[in-house]
Write a protein that binds this ligand. Structure first.
Ligand code: KG4
Ligand code: ZN
Length: 332
């Protein structure tokens, strides 16, 4: 079975083709990051128009790379939600139109299920049950994935997501948008104990997150440093990254204890963070956990992960429940 996956939930137009062994046959990704950078964030209307312009060339580039004809595709998958409505409608309409014209089935999937599936590409044998930590620009969730692909939310953020915390604090530090990768780059040569930034909701076993306090704490620290910030930016970034990762690691451990699982997947845009990956690897070694991390190139939004998610559904034999574009807002 060959699945063609389409992703358009935010500011990346992505398409990927994946076979039943989770081999990537072809892929194409158009990032709108440059377009939105000057606004300091994603502008939904601008994003939708860019998807409209790029979706067809991106899908064609992916099939061309795969060297296959559309007729060889068995299933079309697309991101149904959550995400920005305009961008979602572009991907959804394109996928449904393509499926109709090819007379193939179409599968609308949760964007976070796609992030989760990026891990199957690097560990094709990984099967539920496992715990998933999903960390992106819009979400921070601990989800228990049971046999037969059942989803149970164990905890999520009350306010900002982990990626959002990187981006918003980065903005306060005068960095570009999105700031996660740049903060990480600066942090790699900084002192992690330079500032003590808040770690919220850290009572043992609490699986909810709150990262919004980091913005005020970062702003205060900068104010205090005054002109000294220029020579301390690495240290501030290292302290910020450590504060976020400390919380993610502790709560993941508590969630593993709570659900009794020994398998863990960490996925989403923030899973590209080298410090988080190292700390999760350490935790896995210490606790005897089988950890699967997606390849860094598949951590951010892309079409390949949506195709991989559909492959898992086809293998398990669980078609997602039908629904409208907005129905993908929660786990089934
Ligand atoms: O999953 P994703 O591509 O989009 C959403 O679904 O939100 O995640 C994007 C987020 C952004 O907040 C970005 O700053 C963050 O992932 N990110 C990182 C790194 N690379 C991307 N955060 C920390 N360290 C990184 N290396
Ligand atoms: Zn995402």
């Amino acid at each position: 079975m060959i699945v063609l996956g389409i992703e358009t939930s935010c500011d990346e137009t992505g398409c990927g083709l994946v076979d039943g062994d989770y081999r990537v046959l072809g892929q194409s990704l158009y990032s709108q990051v440059q377009t939105h950078a000057r606004f300091g964030g994603v502008v939904p209307e601008v994003a939708a128009r860019a998807h409209l312009e790029k979706i067809s060339p991106v899908v064609h580039a992916a099939t061309e790379e795969a060297g296959i004809d559309f007729a060889a595709v068995d299933v079309i998958a697309y991101t149904r939600g959550p995400g920005l409505l305009g961008p979602l409608l572009v991907g959804s309409s394109f996928a449904q139109g393509l499926a109709r014209s090819l007379n193939k089935p179409v599968m609308g999937l949760n964007h976070l299920e796609g992030h989760l599936a990026s891990a199957y590409l690097s560990d094709t044998k990984v099967e539920p049950p496992f715990l998933a930590l999903l960390v992106s620009g819009g979400h921070t969730e601990l989800v228990h994935v049971g046999e037969g692909l059942t989803f149970r939310m164990l905890g999520q953020t009350r306010d900002d997501a982990a990626g959002e915390a990187f981006d918003k604090c980065g903005k306060i530090l005068g960095l570009g948008y999105p700031a996660g990768a740049e903060v990480a780059q600066l942090a790699s040569s900084g002192r992690r104990d330079f500032l003590h930034l808040p770690r919220a909701l850290m009572d043992h076993g609490n699986l909810e997150f709150s990262f919004s306090g980091l913005k005020t704490a970062t702003a205060r620290a900068i104010e205090k440093l005054g002109d000294g910030i220029a020579s301390r930016i690495h240290d501030v970034c290292a302290s910020l990254e450590t504060a976020i990762v400390d919380v993610l690691v502790s709560k993941t451990l508590w969630a593993l204890e709570a659900c009794g699982e020994t398998r863990l997947i960490v996925a989403g845009g923030v899973a590209a963070n080298a410090h988080l990956r190292q700390r999760m690897t350490d935790l896995a070694q210490r606790e005897g956990i089988h950890l699967t991390l997606p390849d860094r190139k598949f951590c951010g939004d892309n079409g390949v992960m949506m195709a991989a998610a559909a492959q898992k559904r086809l293998q398990i034999g669980k078609w997602p429940a039908a629904g409208s574009a907005s129905a993908g807002l929660s786990w089934e």
